[in-house]
Design a protein around this ligand. Structure first.
Ligand code: PLP
Length: 404
């Protein structure tokens, strides 16, 4: 029989190499216990979770937990089907209204995850003859949504509005165009030059979508993200978001003033053919979203912690890029050293995300930190101490042996 698994050989080889260099399997980390405030038990020890996307530390919010428990009692543990087939619960519709109101826009549509929001929305909105222009470092869900659409997808250079403009200028005037970028990029943690991107989109009559997955709750006076921070909300056609980061639960959404967003419900297969969010999730998302709106002090604490970690790493000499954001991608000199450093951090009770291709561009290895308002100053200091140990091992040893 021809071996259907043969195609996995190269993946297996790559994975074995990763495990060998790291000294453990980064894809098999077991969280043995989780505590509020960015701490977890891993390998039997208390570790600081510096790779959780829990930007506002809301996963243990007591009001959200209470609302979630009450919803389970009232509505059960799941909806067991899609909204198109099984109907919408009142909570789904109320949360859509709440999300739309949060952004001051007319329409919102919920998806079961942020991944499904991108895949469903992009594949539904763009069709044959249309063009989608995406940043080359876009999240996988954006790439996958484009693949599922019948549109032509073009990649512009990361955060390069001039390159975007050049590509837009070559397209037929009469064709529909959609430009897609992210607010804060998920791996490097840099921000899109949104004013310039919006200007380029406007100049060439293109629609603009911004995925604010990592900027919701983080940027903007009201926590609405980069478009709010940059004062260009009125130039953005569609905002994509997720509840899986600052909102502290799971779920995705798209918001817009375009009335046609309602039709996406009839066209997006990841909305039509998957079970809707359970009521417990809907209930907790509603509670934490209102905390994001009403408690700017959460954001202030997040930024205080971000400054502490970002400045500490920068002063140590790490290559962390120039944008200060709660996502801090620490560039490693090589894949092998990155793997070793990741394990070394864990041995020093600090968990960060190991970011490798295809999540990063070819050849790029990042130790990705995501700061939380829930971290204490002591926890950030623990992280900085652990990084100073790996700095010595990564750079000082190399320099000493090079000099010898
Ligand atoms: C930019 C971006 N968009 C979408 C997603 C998908 O979100 P979710 O985890 O809700 O599926 C992510 C998740 O990491 C992301 O970083």
């Amino acid at each position: 029989m021809p071996d259907i698994f043969k195609k996995f050989n190269s993946i297996k080889e790559l994975h074995n190499g990763i495990v060998e260099h790291a000294g453990s399997d980064p894809l098999a980390v077991r969280i043995e216990g989780i505590q509020s405030g960015g701490q977890a038990k891993i390998r039997g020890r208390d570790c600081v979770l510096m790779g959780s996307n829990n930007y506002l530390g809301l996963t243990f919010d007591q009001d959200a937990i209470n609302a979630s428990c009450q919803a389970v009692q009232e509505c059960g543990t799941g909806t067991t089907g899609s909204r198109a087939a099984n109907g919408s619960y009142a909570g789904h519709q109320d949360l859509e209204k709440m999300v739309a109101d949060f952004y001051g826009l007319d329409k919102a549509i919920l998806f079961t995850t942020g991944y499904q929001a991108n895949v469903g929305f992009l594949s539904a909105i763009a069709g044959k003859g249309d063009y989608i222009l995406i940043d080359s470092e876009s999240h996988a869900s954006i790439y996958d949504g484009c693949k599922l659409s019948n549109a032509t997808t073009l990649h512009f250079r990361h955060n390069d509005p001039k390159d975007l403009e050049k590509r837009l200028a070559r397209l037929p005037v009469e064709a529909c165009k959609l430009v897609v970028t992210e607010g804060i990029f998920s791996m490097r943690g840099d921000r899109a030059p949104l004013k310039e991107i919006a200007a380029a989109a406007k100049k060439y009559d293109a629609y603009l979508m911004v995925d604010e997955a990592h900027s919701l709750g983080v940027l903007g006076k009201n926590g609405r993200g980069l478009a709010e921070e940059e004062g260009v909300e009125d130039q953005v056609d569609f905002i994509l978001g997720t509840f899986s980061k600052s909102v502290g639960t799971i779920g995705g959404f798209c918001v817009s003033n375009h009335a046609e967003l309602d039709i996406v419900r009839l066209a997006a297969r990841s909305y039509l053919f998957t079970a809707s969010l359970p009521s417990s999730i809907v209930a907790s998302a509603g509670v934490t979203l209102s905390r994001i709106k009403n408690e700017p002090e959460l954001r202030a604490k997040l930024w205080e912690n971000t400054t502490l970690l970002y400045d500490g790493l920068k002063n140590m000499g790490f290559d962390i890029g120039s944008d200060k954001n709660p996502v801090i991608g620490v560039f490693m000199p090589s894949l092998q050293e990155g793997l070793r450093a990741w394990n070394q951090l864990l041995e020093n009770n600090v968990y960060v995300n190991l970011a490798l291709p295809p999540a990063t561009p070819e050849g790029v290895c990042l130790l990705r930190c995501s700061v939380s308002a829930g971290h204490t100053t002591e926890q950030i200091e623990t992280v900085l101490n652990a990084f100073s140990i790996i700095y010595d091992e990564l750079y000082i040893e190399d320099k000493v042996s090079a000099a010898e």
